[in-house]
Design a protein around this ligand. Structure first.
Ligand SMILES: C[S@@+](CC[C@H](N)C(=O)[O-])C[C@H]1O[C@@H](n2cnc3c(N)ncnc32)[C@H](O)[C@@H]1O
Length: 238
């Protein structure tokens, strides 16, 4: 569909089924509260909610997601006919304490590059990703508050960062270098344009090479690297 799903896309009362796949974790903008009024970056050294982020960072992200998801449901409720349906798949949190470790890991990789003088400290301090992985509780609260849709079904599922590799070259599945390149390539395909805009093209090869290696080590050492996902189906209330 041409246009942003944060705004109106279809005429009033015309659509029977809307399906959105793997997109709703994208926010309409970087949350505003991440830079304090004193121009002090609150999420220094991170690019998403990380273990070292203060609670105000999580609050800023949650507030933006609440705004965006509420707005998304309101826009679609105007377009969908009575009793029409919404089926949505997107990234979520495992529980309230969970972050999204692969976004956090990209931030850690960039922070290493700050320490080595390859990225300017203040550049990283002022950059944050416009993404948010909500918890199931947060999703349910927003749907309940909006009132235009009834939640019919909710399921969660987990994917490993390199799970798609099995469909590709089976011979390379256990080769660390190939896995690192695959994971880094995946992340790069999604994040590179937004990173280039802020940090420039020059650091991208180095960043994603480091990221791939770090991701493999991380998955090996801590058994991590899982993406939590949610699928929900909703029906428009009359
Ligand atoms: C990971 S891709 C998923 C693509 C496809 N739906 C699928 O499931 O394979 C995320 C998509 O979300 C789109 N996207 C992100 N924010 C959007 C917005 N505000 N309005 C419309 N599309 C958006 C991006 O352009 C990108 O194509």
């Amino acid at each position: 569909m041409p246009g942003s799903f944060h705004g109106r896309l279809f005429p009033q009362n015309t659509i029977h089924l809307v399906h959105s796949s793997y997109s709703l974790h994208w926010l309409s903008q970087v949350p505003k509260g991440l830079v304090a009024e004193s121009d002090l970056p609150l999420n220094k050294g991170n690019i998403y909610i990380a273990k070292t982020s203060p609670p105000s960072v999580h609050e800023a992200y949650l507030t933006q997601f609440q705004k965006d998801f509420t707005n998304f449901l309101s826009m679609r409720s105007q377009e969908i006919v009575d009793c029409g349906s919404l089926v949505l798949t997107f990234i979520c949190k495992n529980d309230e304490e969970d972050g999204c470790d692969f976004w956090e890991l990209l931030g850690i990789t960039m922070n290493d590059m700050v320490i080595e003088g390859l990225i300017a400290e203040d550049k990283l301090a002022k950059f944050n990703l416009p993404l948010y992985a909500p918890s199931i509780k947060e999703i349910k609260q927003i749907i309940g508050k909006g009132g235009s849709f009834k939640l019919l079904h909710l399921e969660t599922f987990k994917l490993k960062r390199d799970s798609n590799m099995a469909e590709k070259e089976e011979a390379t599945l256990f080769d660390e270098k190939s896995r690192a390149a695959y994971i880094a390539g995946n992340m790069r395909a999604v994040q590179e344009p937004i990173l280039v805009e802020h940090f420039g093209e020059e650091i991208m090869d180095e960043l994603f090479e480091r990221y791939g290696k770090k991701a493999i080590e991380y998955m090996k050492n801590y058994g991590k690297g899982i993406i939590n996902n949610v699928v929900i189906s909703l029906s428009k209330t009359n």
